[in-house]
Design a protein around this ligand. Structure first.
Ligand code: UDP
Length: 324
Protein backbone atom coordinates (compact mmCIF):
# COMPACT_ATOMS: atom_id res chain seq x y z
CA UNK A 1 0.00 0.00 0.00
CA UNK A 2 1.35 3.46 -0.74
CA UNK A 3 0.38 6.66 1.05
CA UNK A 4 0.31 10.29 0.10
CA UNK A 5 2.79 11.43 2.75
CA UNK A 6 1.35 14.89 3.20
CA UNK A 7 -1.97 13.29 4.26
CA UNK A 8 -0.44 10.55 6.35
CA UNK A 9 -1.31 11.15 10.02
CA UNK A 10 1.64 11.33 12.41
CA UNK A 11 0.99 9.80 15.83
CA UNK A 12 3.11 9.91 18.98
CA UNK A 13 2.45 6.99 21.34
CA UNK A 14 4.15 7.10 24.75
CA UNK A 15 4.65 3.80 26.55
CA UNK A 16 5.00 2.29 23.10
CA UNK A 17 6.97 -0.73 24.34
CA UNK A 18 4.34 -1.59 26.94
CA UNK A 19 1.41 -3.97 26.71
CA UNK A 20 -1.23 -1.48 25.55
CA UNK A 21 1.17 0.95 23.83
CA UNK A 22 2.57 -1.74 21.54
CA UNK A 23 -0.90 -2.90 20.47
CA UNK A 24 -1.81 0.73 19.74
CA UNK A 25 1.33 1.10 17.59
CA UNK A 26 0.21 -1.94 15.58
CA UNK A 27 -3.28 -0.51 15.15
CA UNK A 28 -2.21 2.95 13.99
CA UNK A 29 0.28 1.49 11.53
CA UNK A 30 -2.54 -0.68 10.19
CA UNK A 31 -4.62 2.50 9.77
CA UNK A 32 -1.89 3.95 7.53
CA UNK A 33 -0.35 6.34 10.08
CA UNK A 34 3.27 7.19 10.74
CA UNK A 35 3.90 6.07 14.33
CA UNK A 36 6.52 7.54 16.64
CA UNK A 37 6.86 5.27 19.66
CA UNK A 38 8.41 6.62 22.85
CA UNK A 39 9.44 4.66 25.94
CA UNK A 40 12.11 4.68 28.65
CA UNK A 41 11.79 0.90 29.07
CA UNK A 42 11.34 0.98 32.86
CA UNK A 43 8.44 -1.45 32.56
CA UNK A 44 8.17 -1.80 28.76
CA UNK A 45 10.03 -4.35 26.64
CA UNK A 46 11.60 -4.05 23.20
CA UNK A 47 10.27 -7.56 22.49
CA UNK A 48 6.81 -5.99 22.15
CA UNK A 49 7.81 -3.72 19.27
CA UNK A 50 10.80 -5.34 17.58
CA UNK A 51 8.57 -6.49 14.70
CA UNK A 52 7.90 -2.79 13.89
CA UNK A 53 11.52 -1.67 13.46
CA UNK A 54 11.83 -2.80 9.80
CA UNK A 55 8.83 -0.63 8.86
CA UNK A 56 9.42 2.85 7.48
CA UNK A 57 6.13 3.92 9.11
CA UNK A 58 7.66 3.39 12.56
CA UNK A 59 10.32 5.24 14.55
CA UNK A 60 11.33 4.77 18.15
CA UNK A 61 12.56 7.35 20.66
CA UNK A 62 14.17 6.07 23.86
CA UNK A 63 13.04 8.87 26.16
CA UNK A 64 11.62 9.59 29.62
CA UNK A 65 8.57 11.83 29.15
CA UNK A 66 9.03 13.43 32.57
CA UNK A 67 11.91 15.32 30.89
CA UNK A 68 11.21 17.92 28.18
CA UNK A 69 9.83 16.12 25.11
CA UNK A 70 11.01 17.14 21.67
CA UNK A 71 9.62 15.59 18.49
CA UNK A 72 10.55 17.16 15.16
CA UNK A 73 7.91 17.67 12.48
CA UNK A 74 4.13 17.66 12.49
CA UNK A 75 2.05 15.65 14.97
CA UNK A 76 -1.66 14.97 14.50
CA UNK A 77 -2.32 12.77 17.53
CA UNK A 78 -0.59 12.16 20.86
CA UNK A 79 -1.62 9.14 22.95
CA UNK A 80 -0.14 9.14 26.44
CA UNK A 81 0.14 5.53 27.60
CA UNK A 82 3.43 5.68 29.49
CA UNK A 83 3.00 4.56 33.12
CA UNK A 84 3.70 1.65 35.40
CA UNK A 85 0.36 -0.12 35.60
CA UNK A 86 0.35 -2.84 38.24
CA UNK A 87 0.18 -2.65 42.04
CA UNK A 88 3.61 -4.31 42.32
CA UNK A 89 5.13 -1.65 40.05
CA UNK A 90 3.61 1.19 42.07
CA UNK A 91 5.19 -0.23 45.23
CA UNK A 92 8.59 -0.59 43.55
CA UNK A 93 8.65 2.74 41.70
CA UNK A 94 6.13 5.06 43.35
CA UNK A 95 7.88 8.34 42.50
CA UNK A 96 8.25 7.51 38.80
CA UNK A 97 4.57 6.50 38.78
CA UNK A 98 3.58 9.91 40.15
CA UNK A 99 5.94 11.76 37.83
CA UNK A 100 4.89 10.13 34.57
CA UNK A 101 1.21 10.87 35.25
CA UNK A 102 1.83 14.46 36.36
CA UNK A 103 5.05 15.96 34.94
CA UNK A 104 4.95 13.66 31.91
CA UNK A 105 1.37 14.63 31.11
CA UNK A 106 2.22 18.32 31.47
CA UNK A 107 5.16 18.02 29.03
CA UNK A 108 3.04 16.15 26.51
CA UNK A 109 0.18 18.66 26.80
CA UNK A 110 2.70 21.39 26.03
CA UNK A 111 3.85 19.43 23.00
CA UNK A 112 0.24 18.87 21.86
CA UNK A 113 -0.48 22.60 22.18
CA UNK A 114 2.63 23.49 20.20
CA UNK A 115 1.82 20.98 17.44
CA UNK A 116 -1.96 21.54 17.55
CA UNK A 117 -2.30 17.78 17.99
CA UNK A 118 -5.30 15.91 19.39
CA UNK A 119 -4.35 14.52 22.81
CA UNK A 120 -5.69 11.29 24.33
CA UNK A 121 -4.81 10.12 27.83
CA UNK A 122 -4.95 6.63 29.28
CA UNK A 123 -6.91 7.10 32.46
CA UNK A 124 -8.15 4.17 34.47
CA UNK A 125 -10.90 2.57 36.53
CA UNK A 126 -8.49 3.12 39.45
CA UNK A 127 -9.70 6.71 39.60
CA UNK A 128 -12.92 5.22 41.08
CA UNK A 129 -10.81 3.67 43.88
CA UNK A 130 -12.71 1.11 45.99
CA UNK A 131 -16.04 2.13 44.50
CA UNK A 132 -19.27 2.69 46.42
CA UNK A 133 -21.23 2.79 43.17
CA UNK A 134 -21.65 -0.37 41.13
CA UNK A 135 -21.24 -0.68 38.17
CA UNK A 136 -19.08 2.42 37.82
CA UNK A 137 -20.35 5.11 35.46
CA UNK A 138 -18.40 8.18 34.37
CA UNK A 139 -20.40 10.48 36.67
CA UNK A 140 -19.11 8.71 39.81
CA UNK A 141 -16.24 10.65 41.45
CA UNK A 142 -14.61 7.72 43.18
CA UNK A 143 -13.39 6.61 46.60
CA UNK A 144 -9.60 6.81 46.57
CA UNK A 145 -7.16 6.69 49.50
CA UNK A 146 -4.56 9.29 48.45
CA UNK A 147 -1.86 8.02 50.83
CA UNK A 148 -2.43 4.26 50.38
CA UNK A 149 -0.21 2.02 48.21
CA UNK A 150 -2.35 2.63 45.13
CA UNK A 151 -2.54 6.39 45.79
CA UNK A 152 0.57 7.13 43.71
CA UNK A 153 -1.12 5.69 40.62
CA UNK A 154 -4.72 6.70 41.32
CA UNK A 155 -3.93 10.30 42.22
CA UNK A 156 -1.48 10.74 39.32
CA UNK A 157 -4.24 9.57 36.96
CA UNK A 158 -6.78 11.88 38.59
CA UNK A 159 -4.37 14.80 38.21
CA UNK A 160 -3.84 13.70 34.60
CA UNK A 161 -7.56 14.02 33.93
CA UNK A 162 -7.70 17.41 35.70
CA UNK A 163 -4.80 18.96 33.80
CA UNK A 164 -6.03 17.53 30.50
CA UNK A 165 -9.48 19.09 31.04
CA UNK A 166 -7.78 22.37 32.03
CA UNK A 167 -5.80 22.44 28.76
CA UNK A 168 -9.03 21.74 26.93
CA UNK A 169 -10.93 24.50 28.73
CA UNK A 170 -8.24 27.18 28.91
CA UNK A 171 -6.21 26.51 25.76
CA UNK A 172 -8.91 24.98 23.58
CA UNK A 173 -6.79 21.84 23.14
CA UNK A 174 -8.58 18.95 21.46
CA UNK A 175 -8.53 16.24 24.16
CA UNK A 176 -9.90 12.75 24.89
CA UNK A 177 -9.97 10.76 28.14
CA UNK A 178 -10.36 6.99 28.19
CA UNK A 179 -10.93 5.21 31.52
CA UNK A 180 -9.48 1.77 31.02
CA UNK A 181 -10.74 -1.19 33.06
CA UNK A 182 -8.78 -4.44 33.58
CA UNK A 183 -7.44 -5.55 30.22
CA UNK A 184 -5.53 -8.68 29.21
CA UNK A 185 -3.98 -10.37 26.23
CA UNK A 186 -0.65 -11.19 24.57
CA UNK A 187 2.35 -9.02 25.63
CA UNK A 188 1.27 -8.68 29.24
CA UNK A 189 4.30 -9.07 31.45
CA UNK A 190 4.38 -12.50 33.05
CA UNK A 191 5.88 -11.21 36.29
CA UNK A 192 4.04 -7.93 36.81
CA UNK A 193 2.13 -9.33 39.79
CA UNK A 194 -1.30 -8.98 38.23
CA UNK A 195 -3.79 -11.76 38.78
CA UNK A 196 -4.01 -13.04 35.21
CA UNK A 197 -0.29 -13.41 34.39
CA UNK A 198 0.37 -14.67 37.93
CA UNK A 199 -2.27 -17.42 37.61
CA UNK A 200 -1.03 -18.48 34.17
CA UNK A 201 2.64 -18.48 35.25
CA UNK A 202 1.77 -20.52 38.35
CA UNK A 203 -0.37 -23.00 36.41
CA UNK A 204 2.21 -23.50 33.66
CA UNK A 205 5.22 -23.80 35.95
CA UNK A 206 3.49 -26.03 38.52
CA UNK A 207 3.13 -23.68 41.47
CA UNK A 208 0.14 -23.08 43.72
CA UNK A 209 -2.38 -20.52 42.44
CA UNK A 210 -2.26 -17.54 44.83
CA UNK A 211 -5.66 -15.95 45.39
CA UNK A 212 -5.54 -12.88 47.63
CA UNK A 213 -8.16 -12.54 50.37
CA UNK A 214 -11.07 -14.98 50.08
CA UNK A 215 -11.28 -14.33 46.32
CA UNK A 216 -14.76 -12.80 46.54
CA UNK A 217 -13.54 -9.47 45.11
CA UNK A 218 -14.64 -8.96 41.53
CA UNK A 219 -13.06 -7.68 38.33
CA UNK A 220 -14.25 -7.48 34.70
CA UNK A 221 -11.62 -8.40 32.12
CA UNK A 222 -11.50 -6.95 28.61
CA UNK A 223 -9.53 -8.50 25.75
CA UNK A 224 -6.91 -6.13 24.36
CA UNK A 225 -8.25 -6.01 20.76
CA UNK A 226 -11.63 -4.82 22.02
CA UNK A 227 -9.96 -2.14 24.13
CA UNK A 228 -7.86 -0.87 21.21
CA UNK A 229 -10.98 -0.64 19.03
CA UNK A 230 -12.72 1.43 21.73
CA UNK A 231 -9.74 3.77 22.09
CA UNK A 232 -9.49 4.21 18.33
CA UNK A 233 -13.19 5.09 18.09
CA UNK A 234 -12.91 7.55 20.99
CA UNK A 235 -9.94 9.30 19.39
CA UNK A 236 -11.87 9.65 16.12
CA UNK A 237 -15.00 10.92 17.90
CA UNK A 238 -15.50 14.50 19.06
CA UNK A 239 -16.34 13.60 22.68
CA UNK A 240 -14.06 15.31 25.21
CA UNK A 241 -15.36 13.92 28.53
CA UNK A 242 -14.17 10.63 30.07
CA UNK A 243 -15.44 7.38 28.56
CA UNK A 244 -15.20 3.96 30.24
CA UNK A 245 -13.81 1.23 28.03
CA UNK A 246 -13.94 -2.27 29.47
CA UNK A 247 -15.85 -5.53 29.42
CA UNK A 248 -18.80 -5.61 31.86
CA UNK A 249 -18.60 -9.41 32.20
CA UNK A 250 -17.85 -9.45 35.95
CA UNK A 251 -16.31 -12.41 37.79
CA UNK A 252 -14.94 -13.10 41.28
CA UNK A 253 -11.19 -13.62 41.46
CA UNK A 254 -11.75 -17.11 42.89
CA UNK A 255 -13.90 -18.12 39.92
CA UNK A 256 -11.35 -16.53 37.61
CA UNK A 257 -8.56 -18.66 39.14
CA UNK A 258 -10.77 -21.73 38.68
CA UNK A 259 -11.29 -20.87 35.00
CA UNK A 260 -7.53 -20.70 34.48
CA UNK A 261 -6.99 -23.98 36.35
CA UNK A 262 -9.56 -25.62 34.05
CA UNK A 263 -8.15 -24.10 30.86
CA UNK A 264 -4.55 -25.08 31.62
CA UNK A 265 -5.47 -28.50 33.02
CA UNK A 266 -3.05 -27.98 35.92
CA UNK A 267 -3.19 -30.13 39.08
CA UNK A 268 -2.25 -27.12 41.18
CA UNK A 269 -4.54 -25.99 43.97
CA UNK A 270 -5.62 -22.52 45.04
CA UNK A 271 -3.84 -21.14 48.13
CA UNK A 272 -5.20 -18.06 49.87
CA UNK A 273 -2.89 -15.16 50.79
CA UNK A 274 -3.49 -11.84 52.56
CA UNK A 275 -5.51 -9.29 50.64
CA UNK A 276 -3.31 -6.28 49.77
CA UNK A 277 -4.27 -2.95 51.36
CA UNK A 278 -6.97 -0.93 49.55
CA UNK A 279 -7.67 -3.74 47.07
CA UNK A 280 -11.01 -2.74 45.44
CA UNK A 281 -13.84 -5.12 46.41
CA UNK A 282 -15.68 -4.84 43.13
CA UNK A 283 -15.16 -3.42 39.67
CA UNK A 284 -17.41 -3.40 36.63
CA UNK A 285 -17.65 -0.74 33.94
CA UNK A 286 -20.93 0.87 32.97
CA UNK A 287 -20.34 1.17 29.21
CA UNK A 288 -23.59 2.90 28.27
CA UNK A 289 -21.65 5.96 27.10
CA UNK A 290 -19.24 3.99 24.92
CA UNK A 291 -22.23 2.16 23.38
CA UNK A 292 -24.21 5.33 22.70
CA UNK A 293 -21.42 7.69 21.66
CA UNK A 294 -18.95 5.34 19.98
CA UNK A 295 -21.21 2.46 18.95
CA UNK A 296 -18.70 0.27 20.77
CA UNK A 297 -19.03 -2.84 22.89
CA UNK A 298 -16.64 -5.73 23.51
CA UNK A 299 -16.81 -8.69 21.12
CA UNK A 300 -14.30 -11.19 22.47
CA UNK A 301 -15.59 -13.53 25.19
CA UNK A 302 -13.39 -14.38 28.15
CA UNK A 303 -13.04 -18.00 27.04
CA UNK A 304 -11.83 -16.90 23.56
CA UNK A 305 -9.47 -14.26 24.93
CA UNK A 306 -8.03 -16.51 27.62
CA UNK A 307 -7.22 -19.24 25.07
CA UNK A 308 -5.20 -16.79 22.93
CA UNK A 309 -3.44 -15.41 26.00
CA UNK A 310 -2.62 -18.92 27.28
CA UNK A 311 -0.96 -19.79 23.97
CA UNK A 312 1.09 -16.60 24.17
CA UNK A 313 2.30 -17.30 27.73
CA UNK A 314 3.13 -20.93 26.90
CA UNK A 315 5.35 -19.75 24.03
CA UNK A 316 7.06 -17.12 26.14
CA UNK A 317 7.88 -19.63 28.87
CA UNK A 318 9.14 -22.15 26.29
CA UNK A 319 11.49 -19.49 24.85
CA UNK A 320 12.74 -18.59 28.35
CA UNK A 321 13.48 -22.28 29.08
CA UNK A 322 15.52 -22.52 25.85
CA UNK A 323 17.60 -19.48 26.83
CA UNK A 324 18.33 -20.88 30.32
N1 UDP B 1 -4.75 -11.13 42.88
C1 UDP B 1 -4.74 -12.42 43.37
N2 UDP B 1 -3.59 -13.16 43.19
C2 UDP B 1 -2.48 -12.70 42.56
C3 UDP B 1 -2.53 -11.38 42.04
C4 UDP B 1 -3.67 -10.62 42.23
O1 UDP B 1 -5.72 -12.89 43.95
O2 UDP B 1 -1.48 -13.44 42.47
C5 UDP B 1 -5.99 -10.33 43.07
C6 UDP B 1 -5.76 -8.87 43.50
O3 UDP B 1 -5.63 -8.77 44.89
C7 UDP B 1 -7.03 -8.23 42.98
C8 UDP B 1 -7.37 -9.04 41.72
O4 UDP B 1 -6.66 -10.26 41.83
O5 UDP B 1 -8.09 -8.38 43.88
C9 UDP B 1 -6.95 -8.35 40.42
O6 UDP B 1 -5.63 -7.96 40.56
P1 UDP B 1 -4.81 -7.25 39.42
O7 UDP B 1 -3.48 -6.88 40.02
O8 UDP B 1 -4.81 -8.10 38.22
O9 UDP B 1 -5.63 -5.94 39.06
P2 UDP B 1 -6.22 -4.72 39.92
O10 UDP B 1 -6.31 -5.07 41.38
O11 UDP B 1 -5.32 -3.57 39.66
O12 UDP B 1 -7.56 -4.57 39.31
Amino acid sequence: MSFNHSDQKRVLITGAAGFLGSHLCDRFIKEGCHVIGMDNLITGSMNNIQHLFPLKEFEFYFHDVTKFVHVPGRLDYILHFASPASPIDYLKIPIQTLKVGSLGTHNLLGLAKEKKARFLIASTSEIYGDPNVHPQNEEYWGNVNPIGPRGVYDEAKRFMEAITMAYHTYHGLDTRIVRIFNTYGPRMRLNDGRALPAFFAQAISGNDITVFGDGSQTRSFCYVDDLVEGIYRLLMSDYVYPVNIGNPDEITIREFAEEIIKLTGTDQKIVYKDLPKDDPKQRQPDITKAKNILGWEPKVTRSEGLKITYDYFKNILKKEEKVM
